[in-house]
Design a protein around this ligand. Structure first.
Ligand SMILES: [Fe+2]
Length: 342
């Protein structure tokens, strides 16, 4: 028997014969399939390889095999001149339709996964989109997203991207002052067999769901203190103040990672979160964690994904590295060229 999560406990109960397993909390985002030795007793925990049980992979409609000038530009080092212009035109068309339209993401498929080639491709696509932004005080332009054995927000510097844990819907650059990175890219070099699916919530859907609580919506439009994760300069405070919901590029935008906000307000120079602020964040979390407005999908090896970081909150399911094949994504943050906003 498979029983789906219920709102009260968020628990997922699987039972088969005398065996019974209960998963709670963020484990609701886990995906897996269980098989017993007897095929007649096969038990399936969710219907798809995604983070929202029973939903199709949200990337399928925006998976675009790279070809022609765009493929040449991303995979052949010597490409330039008119080929570059053609590659940019092709990408601009896809960006307008999918990245800045629906669903706020675009996945280029069929790229080589050799790490050097992957790094070149992710830098080249970033160059077509605009300019790469540093992702920490060391100025890293290409960040390896992999399990470094830390917990989210652990110590003064550890980040979501250093862990294997799931949940914690967020935007990239939540620890940095505004303006937020317009876009982030992920090149999937190695994917985990178990876990690692992405879960997306669009700010448009989030605001619509929150519209019944105008008082709390207003609180989210006032500044919170986000912990800088140690990226601040020697004369800068360890937090940056910014609203969770704001406007950038004339569009509704979101910046968020709950534990960075909580750590920010735990600093001695910052007032603790007020009751209204906690209530607003709790409501936001409940809405975002609801499967009603979430979409999910899982990147495959050789895919290069682009995400609208102003519009999308994202999280992932906890993953497990396999021996000799640890999950590895390469990430850039992008300031998008003005021309691409039309
Ligand atoms: Fe992220």
């Amino acid at each position: 028997m498979v029983r789906n999560p219920t709102g009260a406990t968020g628990a997922l109960v699987l039972s088969c014969g005398s065996t019974r397993c209960v998963f709670t909390g963020e484990a609701r985002w886990l995906y897996t399939a269980w098989k017993t030795a007897d095929p007649a007793r096969e038990v399936s925990m969710s219907t798809t390889d995604t983070a929202v049980p029973g939903t199709p992979d949200c990337f399928d409609p925006v998976r675009v095999p790279v070809s022609g000038p765009l493929e040449d530009f991303l995979t052949r080092p010597g490409t330039g001149g008119t080929d570059t212009a053609a590659a940019r035109d092709r990408l601009a068309d896809l960006v307008a339709r999918h990245l800045l339209g629906e669903p706020g993401a675009l996945v280029l498929t069929g790229l080589p996964t050799e790490p050097g080639a992957a790094r070149r491709a992710v830098l080249r696509v970033t160059g077509l989109l605009g300019s790469a932004l540093p992702q920490n005080r060391e100025g890293e332009l290409v960040r390896e997203v992999r399990d470094r054995g830390t917990a989210i927000g652990e110590g003064s510097r550890a980040r979501y991207s250093d862990s294997r844990l799931g949940g914690s819907p967020h935007t990239d650059g939540a620890e940095a002052p505004l303006p937020a990175p317009d876009v982030f890219t992920l090149f999937c070099v190695r994917q985990s067999e178990r876990g690692g699916a992405l879960r997306l919530v669009h700010v448009r859907d989030l605001v619509r769901e929150l519209s019944g609580h105008p008082d709390l919506l207003a609180v989210l439009r006032e500044p919170f203190h986000f912990d800088r994760r140690g990226d601040q300069g020697p004369d800068e405070p360890p937090t940056t103040a910014k609203p969770v919901l704001f406007e950038q590029r004339g569009r509704p935008a979101v910046t968020y990672l709950r534990s960075y906000v909580e750590k920010g307000h735990a600093h001695p120079h910052v007032p603790p979160l007020s009751r209204e602020q906690v209530a607003a964040l709790d409501l936001l979390d409940r809405v975002v964690e609801s499967d009603r407005i979430a979409r999910s999908g899982k990147l495959r090896e050789g895919e290069l994904a682009l995400f609208d970081n102003l519009s999308l909150l994202h999280g992932r399911t906890e993953f497990e590295d396999e021996s000799g094949h640890p999950r590895l994504l390469l990430r850039t943050w992008v300031r998008l060229d003005d021309a691409l906003y039309g």
